[in-house]
Design a protein around this ligand. Structure first.
Ligand SMILES: NC(=O)c1ccc[n+]([C@@H]2O[C@H](COP(=O)([O-])OP(=O)(O)OC[C@H]3O[C@@H](n4cnc5c(N)ncnc54)[C@H](O)[C@@H]3O)[C@@H](O)[C@H]2O)c1
Length: 299
């Protein structure tokens, strides 16, 4: 198996980013992913005012993973992280969790977000969802003139750990969508995944995977606002122009999805308590308010 680390920037401090463990069709797809994700982490830290740069790591899964193989590849990855001498610090990402960070810690001090019983902050899904809700509040005021979404329809694409927390926190007409049919529940409306980006609604929340907003999908969108946690939602920067032409407000994912990293580093690096760390996450609301006002003013 191949493991890789990308450092996009260490200008503001050590690069932080998640360790993604997944299968790719081609190794070059993994390289593209790790490079794009590391850049997104630089933007995420900058927008959140965190004194870190952006990095990312990828473990390419190319065979069935037994628990022993998983452990071995994580230990190999820890070796690789050590080669960066502290310039890169890894947290969990798609395919990994706090328990995997504990395995990395056996060989490297440069892993964060450990399980709570080991002194870490555990899963970052809660703070990430909270950050998206903060972003949604400011963006709703900008688009609808109110953050009351009671009479609005919200489509959430990706009913995973973050998507579910957002769905449960919203007071709105919530419709969810997931490729995993077993996630379907009677509690919320349901739309098949291929229709999630064509459904008429007020708000769309991308909470599954990146690369979902392309020239093609944007043409079929029937929403006024997009804000969600999925990293790298645009296939390329030109899609932002198309969204603007269509009158759709999009909150950049590197701003909306920063709750997890803001919370974790506040707790684990700065020693902030739970409430103080959550307050920092809530700061995303002010950031999004300022960003959208500035973007409107500048056209
Ligand atoms: N968890 C965090 O703290 C965090 C932080 C920042 C960004 N993110 C990003 O937010 C997104 C959601 O994170 P999560 O932790 O909830 O992940 P998750 O793996 O728990 O949930 C993702 C869900 O999306 C579904 N899915 C996958 N492909 C899909 C598709 N094409 N259409 C519809 N559904 C699809 C999966 O079945 C799964 O239920 C990811 O893109 C992740 O990178 C998460």
């Amino acid at each position: 198996m191949t493991t890789m680390v990308a450092l996009h920037s260490t200008e503001a401090g050590a690069a932080v980013g998640g360790c993604r463990m997944k299968a790719y069709e081609q190794i070059t797809d993994a390289v593209t992913d790790v490079l794009r994700l590391s850049k997104a982490m630089t933007l995420k830290c900058a927008a959140a005012g965190i004194p870190h740069g952006g990095g990312k790591s990828v473990i390419v899964v190319d065979r069935p993973l037994t628990p022993e193989l998983r452990r071995q590849v994580l230990l190999d990855h820890a070796d690789l992280i050590n080669e960066f001498d502290g310039a890169y610090r890894a947290g969990p990402d798609v395919g990994t969790g706090p328990d995997d960070m504990l395995v990395l810690r056996e060989l490297t001090p440069h892993a964060y977000c450990l399980p709570e019983e080991h002194g870490g902050t555990g899963s970052s899904s809660g703070p990430t969802a909270r950050g998206v809700l903060a972003a949604l509040k400011a963006a709703s005021r900008h688009v609808f003139g109110t953050d009351d979404l009671t009479s609005r329809k919200v489509v959430i694409s990706g009913f995973g750990s973050v998507g579910e927390l957002i769905a449960r926190s919203l007071r709105a007409d919530v419709v969810v969508s997931d490729v995993d049919e077993s996630r379907r529940t009677d509690e919320f409306g349901w739309v098949p995944p291929d229709l999630a980006y064509r459904t008429k609604a007020d708000v769309l929340i991308p909470a599954a995977v990146g690369g979902v907003l392309s020239q093609e999908t944007v043409e079929h969108l029937d929403v006024r606002l997009i804000v969600g946690p999925a990293n790298n939602q645009l296939t390329d920067d030109s899609v932002a122009g198309l969204l603007e032409e269509r009158g759709i407000v999009w909150v950049p994912d590197h701003v909306a999805s920063a709750g997890g990293v803001i919370y974790t580093l506040a707790r684990e690096d700065d020693g902030a308590d739970h409430e103080t760390a959550l307050k920092r996450v809530d700061g995303i609301e002010a950031t999004v308010g300022k960003l959208l006002a500035r973007s409107s003013a500048a056209g």
